[in-house]
Design a protein around this ligand. Structure first.
Ligand code: ZN
Length: 271
């Protein structure tokens, strides 16, 4: 099997070598984190926002000042959210299941090898795969967040009898946890991402071209400090040139092979 990348064909032998090299680097690293993005969601049937077939390509981008509009009229924002529960944006999120790539990263965490995961995805699939140490930089669609105290609540636990709902803990204004355009990344999440990336000496970048800031900055910063970047992505992207290892293929294929190789090598070194 081989994958078409631009003009070049990369044989799986090359992918095997890249996986072996990446697995060795992962086991040699002191602190491994992962950064994941939309490519992993797409493999679970969630359409991307941008690009061909993207939701925003079809329906137009949401307003760039979405957060300000919400703050101006939170009641209207909530009414809109309730009205859209069954539209094209939400349906695939409700139907999606974690794929082998999500499970492979959760397994690598369970092995004690992967220490933390930063995701740009809002789909909850890393959590559903059993991942524990996780920061959702753009929020989680299943959660409601207080914009005052940052407490999160499962959406179903919040009564919508009176709109907008208020925080059970501090009475602050509640909003969907997903980060709107113009909304700052919640400070607690951003702080955790900065702490974790400051500790990291290897980043697995999976299913993202890592061009969206601030997420991209975490990987690039680790590289600039002399760390190692491992990329798992279907296509070559802006970050490929910086990567020490490029596992070219669907994340649902290359990540399980990477985790299996890490587990195998670890067994040999431990025994
Ligand atoms: Zn609160």
């Amino acid at each position: 099997m081989s994958y078409q990348i631009g003009m070049a064909r990369v044989s799986t032998k090359t992918v095997d070598e890249q996986i072996l090299g990446a697995a060795r680097a992962i086991l040699n690293a002191n602190y491994v984190i992962a950064l994941t993005g939309a490519g992993m969601s797409v493999e679970s049937g969630i359409p991307p926002f941008r690009g061909p077939g993207g939701l925003w390509t079809k329906h137009g981008e949401p307003p760039m000042n979405g957060y300000q509009l919400f703050l101006n009229d939170p009641k209207k924002g909530w009414e809109e959210r309730i009205r859209r529960q069954d539209d094209e944006l939400w349906r695939p999120l409700k139907a999606a299941q974690p794929n082998p790539g999500h499970r492979a990263l959760a397994e690598m965490e369970a092995l004690g090898v992967l220490r933390f995961l930063i995701t740009q995805n809002v789909d909850d699939l890393h959590r559903q795969a059993g991942h524990q140490g996780i920061a959702e930089i753009h929020g989680n669609w299943k959660l409601i967040r207080c914009i005052e105290c940052n407490a999160r609540f499962p959406a179903e636990s919040i009564s919508l009898a009176v709109l907008p709902p208020t925080c059970p803990e501090c009475d602050g204004l509640l909003k969907g946890d997903t980060v709107a355009f113009g909304e700052p990344i919640p400070r607690d999440v951003l702080g955790e991402c900065m702490d974790q990336s400051a500790r990291a000496d290897l980043v697995i970048v999976a299913g993202t071209s890592a061009t969206v800031y601030p997420a991209a900055g975490f990987a690039i910063e680790v590289k600039q400090r002399g760390g190692v970047l491992v990329e798992a992505n279907l296509y070559e992207s802006e970050i490929s040139a910086l990567c020490d290892f490029s596992l070219r293929g669907p994340t649902g294929e290359v990540l399980p092979r990477l985790t299996a190789t890490v587990a195998e090598l670890r067994k040999t070194t431990l025994s």
